[in-house]
Design a protein around this ligand. Structure first.
Ligand SMILES: CC(C)(COP(=O)(O)OP(=O)(O)OC[C@H]1O[C@@H](n2cnc3c(N)ncnc32)[C@H](O)[C@@H]1O)[C@@H](O)C(=O)NCCC(=O)NCCS
Ligand SMILES: Nc1ncnc2c1ncn2[C@@H]1O[C@H](COP(=O)(O)OP(=O)(O)OP(=O)(O)O)[C@@H](O)[C@H]1O
Length: 282
């Protein structure tokens, strides 16, 4: 399918909550419009997923824009975690209603939602601190102390493998975005200056190689996570998107993930968050 993406974003100025909501939704669609991403849904195919496709993910992204806007507005008004959580829970409910119960963006609502709140707050108080630092300074204690689901896939992975998952990532100010993905995105733009999709593939592979993704643990256990990380690391070691034939090699890895039913949903979320942060902080 072809995904209609908005192009009118301007960088280097404070976006208002409405624009931040639209931008967050746009970044979710850009993530979908990236192929090959191992095991994940894209505009080309459904990866290792039987219950969702690009159209459903884009519908979900459209549904979420007003909730991201409300999170940005709540951040601008100095809202605490209880207020953010209420909006996040309402967003999850709207997502499930729009997708007939499919978890299209649960992790993304959480991470991008907190970054939207931080962006609203940052504009309101007029500082230029990184959004991740603001998330951790303002909300990390409440993120870690908040009510945790007993039976979610992330909670099971945390108990079985000691993985921190989405909460730990957010509480620490998104180190995977700032220390791993943003440098990879910027370097990749040098490797493939005229191919934005290639720079997103490189960023996604860099994240998969480094992140302890609870989706991979849930679907493939410790061996699945190890296989995924080693495959992505081998792609990067061979030159990533800077070497000829990279599309074929990335597509081979995509097929190997599908054969093992592996899907790195956490890395997909972090890719969308990286695109958002890159835009807002430029
Ligand atoms: C923290 C959340 C994600 C629930 O965590 P839990 O571990 O129980 O969830 P679950 O396993 O279902 O989802 C985790 C999702 O995070 C993503 N993820 C997986 N691993 C990682 C990782 N290492 N880093 C970042 N994201 C990851 C994946 O998309 C995964 O599907 C969240 O849904 C939540 O608590 N929501 C309540 C509302 C709230 O507090 N909102 C805050 C403001 S938006
Ligand atoms: N392009 C994408 N393809 C697949 N997952 C994605 C994509 N983008 C983001 N995700 C994230 O992956 C998560 C969904 O992953 P998945 O369907 O594997 O998990 P699940 O619903 O917990 O479990 P399962 O489907 O294995 O029963 C969502 O929370 C979403 O945020």
């Amino acid at each position: 399918m072809t995904i209609a993406l908005r192009r009118e974003w301007t960088t280097g100025r404070a976006l208002d909550p409405e624009q931040l909501g639209q931008l967050a939704s746009h970044c979710l669609k850009l993530e979908v419009q990236t192929y090959p991403k191992p095991g994940l849904v894209s505009h080309v195919d459904d990866g290792a997923h039987r219950d969702m496709d690009a159209e459903l993910l884009c519908r979900s992204a459209d549904t979420l824009a007003p909730f991201f806007r409300d999170l940005a507005a709540a951040g601008a008004e100095g809202g605490g975690m209880n207020r953010l959580r209420a909006i996040g829970v309402a967003a999850e409910r709207a997502m499930l209603a729009a997708t007939s119960g499919v978890n299209t963006h649960r992790g993304a609502i959480f991470g991008l939602g907190l970054l939207c709140a931080a962006a609203g707050y940052r504009n309101a108080i007029g500082v230029r601190k990184p959004l991740g630092r603001l998330v951790s300074e303002r909300w990390s204690e409440d993120i870690l102390a908040g009510p945790a689901a007993l039976r979610s896939h992330g909670a099971l992975a945390a108990r079985r493998y000691g993985a921190g998952g989405a909460r730990t990532e957010a509480a620490h100010g998104f180190p995977s975005v700032y220390d791993i993905a943003l440098p990879a995105l910027h370097e990749a733009r040098g490797l493939a200056p005229h191919d934005q999709e290639a720079s997103r593939v490189q960023t996604c592979m860099t994240l998969i190689a480094a992140v302890t993704d609870t989706n991979l643990l849930h679907r493939g256990g410790a061996e699945g996570l190890r296989f995924a990380q080693a495959s992505a690391a081998a792609f990067l070691a061979a030159g990533g998107v800077g070497s000829p034939g990279w599309r074929r090699r990335a597509a081979d890895i995509h097929r190997a993930f599908i054969a093992r039913n592996l899907s790195p949903g956490g890395s997909a979320d972090l890719l969308a968050m990286t695109l958002f942060v890159d835009w807002v902080e430029l």
